[in-house]
Design a binder for this molecule. Structure first.
Ligand SMILES: [Zn+2]
Length: 292
């Protein structure tokens, strides 16, 4: 059973490598738990990122941006509340989901048939296979739903039931701190922290949705696209890459102490995110489904 789980999820995520999972958990300032598999240097950076999130106080956010993200304002407490509804655990690159996940029952609930192929939930650095971030909880939820199985996952010293795309388990990789950052700037710079937060908001949108658009899966980019043939595009006007671009744009505007290089990096990542929205995209329902 585990082999099947592994093969299917590897096919879904393209993940490789399994190491022993440290099951301890560390609570962040805002209550999101970091699993023991997150290396301490990364854990310290994420702690600081989430503290920065809680202290944001941004005004003049366009109403459309608020509506697309699904948040009332860009004030710290409001953003934290939105975030914690969608992200509850952060695990490291070595987190062994095959070992941590168990099938504990059958799902007596008829899932809707998917009209799209199961997508990758991974963000990859454009020229390498470096993992930046994966919504592992959403991928496991889709796996369970497609196979009519109820899964549990051992994470952060707890066992959780995977009964909603909002189970909220996010895996981070080294690429988050290297490939997806301002070149030659310290990992703990204000700009790099804000850029990482925008990636977290992208992944958080994968915790949303119901029916056919559960987890807001990426669409295959057409042949003419830079990412042609990869599931690296969006067909939703409120999909993960749009959320990403909204965060990058507003966080950049608020970064008064960012250098010119920082700002150019924000703009480059924003342009990349915007390029992934396909023509004829539509709004998806962000309300999350839940197995009773
Ligand atoms: Zn994504």
């Amino acid at each position: 059973m585990k082999n099947t789980l592994l093969i299917i999820i590897v096919a879904t995520l393209g993940l490789m490598g399994c190491q022993k999972n440290n099951s301890r958990g560390f609570s962040t300032l805002i209550g999101v738990v970091q699993d023991g598999s997150v290396p301490q240097d990364q854990r310290d950076l994420i702690d600081a990122d989430l503290k920065n999130l809680s202290e944001l106080n941004l005004g003049n956010i366009p109403a459309q941006d608020l509506q697309i993200v699904g948040v009332g304002s860009f004030q710290g407490p409001e953003l934290v509340n939105w975030f914690k509804t969608r992200v509850r655990y952060i695990v490291g690159e070595s987190f062994d989901y095959e070992n941590a996940a168990s099938i504990v029952g059958n799902l007596y609930y008829r899932p809707q048939v998917f009209s799209r192929v199961t997508p990758t939930e991974e963000i990859l650095a454009s020229n390498s296979l470096t993992t930046i971030m994966v919504n592992l909880g959403a991928a496991l939820y889709r796996y369970g739903k497609q196979n009519s199985e109820i899964l549990t996952l051992d994470v952060g010293g707890q066992t959780i039931y995977v009964k909603s795309p909002r189970v909220g388990v996010i895996q981070i990789g080294e690429g988050l701190f290297s490939a997806w950052s301002v070149r030659n700037a310290p990992k703990d710079s204000r700009a790099n922290s804000l850029i990482r937060l925008s990636v977290f908001f992208h992944e958080a949108r994968h915790s949303d949705g119901n029916g056919d658009n559960v987890t807001f899966p990426h669409a295959m980019c057409p042949d003419w696209h830079d990412y042609g043939g990869n599931y690296s595009c969006d067909s939703h006007l409120n999909g993960p890459y749009v959320v990403d671009s909204i965060m990058l744009r507003n966080l950049r505007s608020a970064c008064t102490d960012c250098s010119n290089t920082d700002i150019q990096t924000f703009k480059a990542f924003q342009a990349d995110a915007e390029s992934r929205l396909l023509p004829n995209s539509v709004y998806g329902d962000i309300r999350a489904e839940q197995i009773p």
